[in-house]
Write a protein that binds this ligand. Structure first.
Ligand SMILES: C[S@@+](CC[C@H](N)C(=O)[O-])C[C@H]1O[C@@H](n2cnc3c(N)ncnc32)[C@H](O)[C@@H]1O
Length: 99
């Protein structure tokens, strides 16, 4: 799949998205956020378990991560965004849970 040209019918019904180090280029952040919103949105309107995304990001550029958070929070879908940070030997990893 290409985030810049994503159509929901390109993938099967999805309960869980797992990704790491995909938030690195500010130019790609809006299309990545839109792709996540498209994948997670259908489940929000249904009964039963909601779809979730777990995204792990090494904190390299804070402004790029803030841009990602902004696009997810301010999207039409009103996704819930939780985050926590863990220390690793060479820095910090931010873990996002999006639903
Ligand atoms: C820094 S890598 C990390 C990926 C993974 N954690 C790994 O170790 O292989 C960033 C990933 O984002 C993907 N990527 C970049 N632009 C993309 C796009 N427009 N659509 C889909 N994937 C994209 C790249 O293919 C790459 O796999």
């Amino acid at each position: 799949m290409d985030w810049t040209n994503f159509q929901l019918d390109q993938i099967e019904d999805t309960d869980l998205v797992v990704a790491s180090d995909v938030v690195f280029d500010p130019v790609l952040v809006p299309s990545l956020a839109c792709t996540l919103q498209e994948i997670l949105r259908p489940k929000k309107t249904r009964e039963g378990p909601k779809a979730e995304a777990f995204i792990a990001c090494k904190v390299r550029n804070e402004s790029t991560l803030e841009l990602f958070e902004h696009h997810l929070r301010d999207g039409e879908q009103g996704l819930k965004l939780c985050q926590e940070e863990i220390r690793v030997p060479d820095g910090t990893v931010r873990l996002y849970t999006i639903s």
